[in-house]
Design a protein around this ligand. Structure first.
Ligand code: KE4
Length: 427
């Protein structure tokens, strides 16, 4: 490590110009303290800061970089697309190609609409569900994140309150009240909500593997139960696969668990690190979207040719017979070795993992929902984060995020990561 004086200096300047010095809050490291490192380059499994320090990267830009940084096929695709012009605001052949890839891969996608972020995808899917059902309410789960549209920026109401309360200033109470936020993995709560609000619930949106409370896999029967409740009550089931899409399986969590939602939201990996989101699903629903139907949604850069080229190149590079076996093997090895190291050093640790996404919770209790996750020792997480950073390992700066292993991480990189954790835990 060669210090971080330049990051310190530049981050002070950034804080003069941008709120908190960042363009997305979690990057400011408020949960772990210290000065965020300004990053200038990535290559494979590594990322490099402005002071010349190299880190093994498990942040992967919050998920998109499943191939690692600057994958040659992705870089060439971007260069070629950019050289032909960066945006046309018109239909392009490349959008058709990406739409074909997505609808062929994801079981529920009969039709798809490309947008520029996961937020846009989830916001639009909710508007579509409300239009298609004529109902106002939506069920989400505590600790699941679906982007920053008002209806999703809510906190669970108290036990007494059955509806959510605003999760941020600026979200009107009238909007928040239409959202019902329930404990993840709790089907009884869902049954109660549909009885409490008969014929009023348009949609139920869920991360089929939660990633935003840290990783919390669906318990056996949970997703099947959601499908059944939605079928019984005419509720649109939306899988938010912005993280899990092409991460946990080629067809996402819906392929892994064999549950077909009515609508799916995608992002992150399908843009290969450039801004692409998508929502899609049943043809009868998607035909409600303008200009085929009356439900409005639009975007200047939706389906942008350079971003679409990065996404298509990423998905093409993932289409090999061993991709997901390789990611599973790496994720399993890393989780097993970290768990053994923690046990040997009496570190209370619970690791949740699905494929190449995992979270180390500093608690020895199981984590199946947000309430469980909040039992983690956040100070111990912050110390671990800083210790690993000093060891040259770059983790997500929050206990409530996921680590991502990429195809670029080698066995030697994983061994170095476990050795670093052992040293941090021995101090
Ligand atoms: P974006 O608007 O950030 O592209 O996607 C929103 C979103 C939707 N659904 C899920 C399941 C997501 O995880 C996200 C965004 N994820 C966060 C971190 N887990 C992005 C990081 C950030 O906010 O800076």
């Amino acid at each position: 490590m060669t210090g971080f004086a330049t990051s310190e200096r530049l981050f002070k300047l950034a804080q003069e110009l941008m709120p908190g010095g960042v363009n997305s809050p979690v990057r400011a490291w408020q949960a772990v303290g210290g000065t965020p490192r300004l990053m200038v380059r990535g290559q494979g499994a590594r990322i490099f800061d402005v002071d010349g320090n190299a880190y093994l990267d498990y942040m992967a830009s919050w998920g998109p970089l499943i191939l690692g940084h600057a994958h040659p096929q992705v870089v060439v695709a971007i260069e070629r697309a950019a050289a032909r012009g960066t945006s046309f605001g018109a239909p392009t052949p490349e959008e058709i190609e990406l739409a074909q890839t997505l609808t062929a891969a994801v079981p529920s996608l009969e039709m798809v609409r490309l947008v520029s972020s996961g937020t846009e995808a989830c916001m639009s899917a909710l508007r579509l569900a409300r239009a298609a059902t004529g109902r106002p309410r939506v069920i989400k789960f505590d600790g699941c994140y679906h982007g920053h549209a008002d209806s999703f920026l809510v906190a669970a109401g108290s036990g007494v309150l059955t509806h959510a309360i605003p999760g941020s200033p600026g979200v009107p109470q009238e909007i928040a009240e239409l959202t019902i936020s329930l404990p993840y993995n709790n089907l009884d709560a869902v049954h109660w909500a549909v009885k409490e609000y008969p014929q009023e619930i348009a949609a139920l949106i869920v991360e089929p593997v939660a990633g935003n409370m840290g990783v919390a896999p669906p318990q056996p029967g949970f997703l099947e139960g959601l499908r059944r409740v939605c079928d019984d009550h005419g509720i649109i089931l939306i899988f938010d696969e912005v993280i899990t899409g092409f991460r946990v399986a080629w067809g996402g969590a819906q392929a892994l668990y064999g549950i077909k939602p009515d609508l799916t939201c995608l992002g992150k990996i399908i843009g290969g690190g450039l801004p692409v989101g998508a929502y899609g699903g049943r043809r009868d629903l998607m035909q409600h979207m303008a200009p085929a139907g009356p439900v409005y949604q639009a975007g200047t850069l939706s389906g942008n040719p350079v971003a679409v080229a990065a996404g298509q190149a990423t998905l093409e590079a993932l289409q090999t017979p061993h991709t997901y076996g390789d990611l599973e093997e790496k994720g399993a090895w890393l989780a097993r070795e970290l768990a053994q190291a923690a046990a040997r050093q009496n570190v209370p640790l619970t690791i949740n993992r699905v494929g190449s996404m995992l979270t180390l919770f500093f608690t020895d209790s199981p984590v199946a929902n947000l309430e469980d996750a909040k039992k983690s020792d956040l100070d111990r997480f912050a110390r671990f984060f800083q210790g690993m950073l000093a060891e040259g390992v770059y983790l997500p700066p929050s206990q409530f995020e996921a680590w991502f292993v990429s195809l670029a991480h080698t066995p030697d990189d994983l061994e170095k990561t476990v050795a670093a954790a052992r040293r941090v835990w021995s101090r």
